[in-house]
Design a binder for this molecule. Structure first.
Ligand code: SAH
Length: 194
């Protein structure tokens, strides 16, 4: 493993993510919505997350900046990062498959929105966010730079912690006791733990 390969793996991971998301994004545009929740705030959170998971690492990969924050490349960490990215992508496509038309990039309720509690959602309430945490972790392991590496954890972490409570409130308002019972038997992002 070389630094060039680690950067290439990050890029391929992002391309894989884009490929998985593309057709869901297209279908999502055609599925009518009945409710949008905190639209402006959600857009700002998306921008913060995108900066940390895409723009900052892309700038580092293309220009080496910010160079003061770079540290020596460790092949073992990069291999771990590659494996973590693979796991993230696997989980990501499973969550998209299970959520189907109920998925939105922000907080929205669709016409004929149904509460998904099967597949990967039978154990976790937010497996797609678990996949993003894994991606952010993979980025930190792959890129030997104290700014570009952890930027994903900071960026996605901001979105996650400022969204999760409101998403669960929206779900509880929409699905009532069905959601409250679901909350009782599942965890948020780590099976059996959190
Ligand atoms: N937090 C989930 C989904 C992320 S997509 C995860 O991490 O896997 C965000 C959208 O999914 C929100 O607009 C919300 O309306 C919808 N959503 C979240 N959980 C859902 C569920 N269990 N069933 C159906 N839709 C859900």
């Amino acid at each position: 493993m070389t630094l060039f390969l680690a950067k290439l793996i990050w890029f391929l991971g992002v391309a894989g993510w884009f490929t998985i998301r593309y057709r869901h994004q297209r279908r999502s545009r055609r599925t009518p919505k009945v409710r949008r929740f905190d639209r402006n705030r959600e857009m700002l959170l998306l921008l913060i997350s995108l900066s940390g998971m895409f723009f900052v690492p892309a700038i580092y990969i293309l220009s080496g900046q910010p160079s003061f924050a770079s540290y020596p490349f460790q092949p073992v960490l990069a291999w771990l990062g590659a494996a973590t990215f693979a796991l993230a992508l696997w989980l990501f496509q499973r969550t998209h498959r299970d959520l189907g038309r109920n998925w939105s990039v922000t907080l929205e309720i669709r016409e004929q929105h149904s509460l998904v509690t099967t597949g990967i959602y039978s154990r976790l309430r937010h497996p797609m966010y678990s996949a993003f945490w894994l991606w952010a972790l993979a980025q930190a392991l792959l890129l030997p730079n104290w700014v570009a590496g952890p930027a994903g954890l900071v960026g996605f972490g901001t979105l996650f912690f400022l969204r999760i409570g409101r998403e669960e409130r929206l779900m509880a308002e929409t699905f009532g006791d069905e959601y409250r019972r679901y909350v009782e038997r599942t965890h948020r992002i780590i099976p059996g733990v959190f």
